[in-house]
Design a protein around this ligand. Structure first.
Ligand code: AGP
Length: 613
């Protein structure tokens, strides 16, 4: 997903834009650029590679002026190169654009514009936007009207920022569909645009989130938001709670390491204001859940992608066990095309850190279309998945910058546990004693997580032992089976070592053939109802010469005497154990990747939020 920053005000735009783009580096990119209006002319600097290349270029050839727009690109159409980097200027040199998303009808537009003599200088779909805008402007209409017409002519999910030398006091931007968000930051005598909050948080906390098919005309002193069909919009102005520091690494080497350790506070924060320990009750007001609605729910689909989907797999165990409602977990990219059986008594619960994942948003739309009740568990404030839902639970973990998701995995585990208790309570399927016990167990979570953080040095030692492995099997059972998938994904996505999560009980049906001295096996073996089964799993792996790394409960001598390495965790109530067993696996993947000298926060080929199909 690309990074976008815009500035309109009395200061030079370039340093504000560059600093903002630096805060979006985690979104993944392969080229970057910035454009300003200076003395009535558009001036652009752009280059392939990391943001530092652009900074070096600007050092040699500075840019002054405002307004300005900047962009870090994650290539979709056209290889990463200077000529394909944004911003793109039109043939008249009077307009310039940056863009996130895909212009699905760009080939037809390119043909029409080419037939009118427009010269294309890149392989991107983005370039068609600025040529189309100049073409529209040439009809003698205002910049705003030309932009509006352009927004209606491009198809697909897109976020667009435009500048025009004819009206150099404004930036016009639009959001169409789910191509990532666009935030309007309101300053004093200056205003900002960004694709994500951290880019402009140091300048302002007052923010407006554009909805799909909305556009903004932004000057240094004013903003006007309308739909691209011309209806005025009275936007909600949010005041962002977390501070700019939370979008910094602090004393940690990587955002990922910081966010692993932040989970102690994030788990506390996701409980904040929702748990009445005295009465043993849960409150989730943003869910808009009434007793009538709770009673008529007959099934729940949980839909998400990647790590979020694995969090949903744990949620299935929790909701079925506590609330006795059938739950099916379907990944977003499948749900949207599976013609799911949804009616007015079906909940479609989406889980998403960014709230902008295209497959997950499309799954929510599918649930909506079929008349379902659409809920979401989301981290990014004001994101699409938070706004389009009938009710939501905010993860409340603060921004998650590292591409490999950590705190946005454990927080939804707690959120689904709380949801299960609330549903059970409203449906009358749980007695007060059980409810109080389940609620009381939540009190343990932050402290148990904190104790695992203290074992990081031990985990790092195991990472050194595993740093040259060629692959790894992660095995789990029951409520910890999804942790096998999540632990394997963490290793894959940041260390590039192939790892496979697998239900331990399935090994004897084929995959056990993989196990030998070259194939280590990681067995998630806490004291939970499946502990004994996992012990025999370890025996089976050892019998075939496999190195065994076990996640085990402190004091478990049986595992200690069998496994080659043990990642110890404190004893936890079994329904909350996945929150704890995943932590050493996050740290293990982090340290293996770091030892291998890899870019942990920006793994190759990945982006923090996948806003395209
Ligand atoms: C997890 O570490 C990955 N970054 C990826 O699987 C991620 O969880 C997935 O893309 C879903 O993102 P979301 O939670 O923002 O929807």
């Amino acid at each position: 997903m690309c990074g976008i920053v815009g500035y309109v005000g009395p200061k030079d735009a370039t340093p504000i834009i560059i600093n903002g783009l630096k805060r979006l580096e985690y979104r993944g990119y392969d080229s970057a650029g910035v454009a300003v209006i200076n003395n009535g002319q558009i001036d652009v600097r752009r280059d392939a590679g990391k943001l530092q290349q652009l900074v070096d270029l600007l050092g040699k050839s500075p840019l002054t002026g405002a307004p300005g727009i900047g962009h870090t690109r994650w290539a979709t159409h056209g290889a990463p190169s200077a000529r394909n980097a944004h911003p793109h200027v039109g043939n008249t040199g009077k307009m310039v654009v940056v863009h996130n998303g895909i212009v699905e009808n760009f080939l037809e537009l390119k043909e029409e514009l080419g037939a009118e003599g427009v010269i294309f200088n890149s392989d991107t779909d983005t370039e068609t936007i600025v040529h189309l805008a100049e073409h529209n402007k040439a009809a003698g209409i205002s910049f705003e009207e030309a932009a509006r017409r352009t927004f209606k002519q491009i198809e697909g999910a897109n976020v667009v920022l435009l500048l025009s030398t004819d009206e150099p006091d404004k930036i016009i931007a639009a959001r169409i569909g789910n191509a990532g968000g666009i935030v309007v930051g309101l300053g004093e005598g200056e205003n900002y645009l960004a694709s994500d909050i951290p880019a402009i948080l140091e300048h302002t906390r007052r923010m407006i989130f554009l909805e799909s098919r909305q556009m903004v005309v932004l000057t240094k002193d004013s903003f006007r938001i309308e739909t691209i069909d011309g209806e005025e919009v009275k936007p909600e102005i949010h005041t962002i709670a977390f501070d700019a520091v939370s979008a910094e690494k602090g004393e940690y080497r990587h955002f990922m390491q910081k966010e692993i350790h932040e989970q102690v506070r994030a788990l506390t924060d996701t409980l904040a204001g929702r748990v009445d320990f005295k009465e043993g009750r849960i409150r989730l007001p943003e869910l808009n859940l009434t007793p009538e609605l709770a009673k008529r729910i007959q099934r729940i689909y949980i839909t998400a992608c990647g790590t979020a989907a694995y969090a949903g797999m744990v949620g299935k165990y929790l909701i079925e066990k506590i609330a006795r409602i059938p739950v099916e977990v379907v990944i977003g990219s499948e749900f949207r095309y599976s013609d799911p059986i949804v009616d007015e008594n079906t909940v479609v619960l989406a889980i998403s850190q960014s709230g902008e994942t295209a497959d997950t948003l499309a799954a929510m739309e599918e649930g909506r279309k079929k008349g379902g009740i659409v809920w979401s568990i989301v981290n990014a404030i004001g994101s699409q998945a938070m706004r389009v839902a009938d009710g939501y639970i905010s993860m409340q973990t603060g921004p998650e910058i590292g591409v490999a998701s950590t705190k946005a995995f454990t927080a939804p585990l707690v959120d689904q546990y709380m949801l299960a208790i609330l549903l059970a309570d409203l449906r009358g399927v749980i007695d007060e004693k059980t409810r109080r016990e389940l609620v009381s167990d939540l009190r343990l979570v932050p402290d148990l997580a904190g104790r695992v953080m203290d074992s990081e040095a031990d985990v790092e030692k195991v990472a050194h032992a595993l740093k040259d492995i060629k692959g790894c099997l992660y095995l789990g059972r029951g409520i910890n089976m999804p942790i096998a998938y999540e632990g394997a994904l963490k290793l894959k996505e940041i260390s590039y070592i192939h790892a496979e999560g697998y239900p331990a009980g399935e090994m004897k049906h084929g995959p056990i053939a993989l196990i030998d001295e070259e194939m280590p096996v990681l067995c998630i073996t806490p004291k939970d109802p499946w502990h004994e089964k996992m012990i025999s799993q370890i025996q089976q792996a050892k019998a075939r010469g496999g190195m065994v790394i076990a996640v085990a409960t402190e004091g478990d001598d049986l595992v200690k005497n069998m496994a080659d390495h043990v990642l110890w965790v404190p004893e936890a109530p079994w329904m909350l154990s996945p929150i704890i067993t995943v932590l050493p696996l996050q740290m293990l993947a982090y340290h293996i990747a770091t030892i291998r000298g890899l870019d942990v926060d920006q793994p190759r080929n990945l982006a923090k939020s996948v806003t395209v199909e």
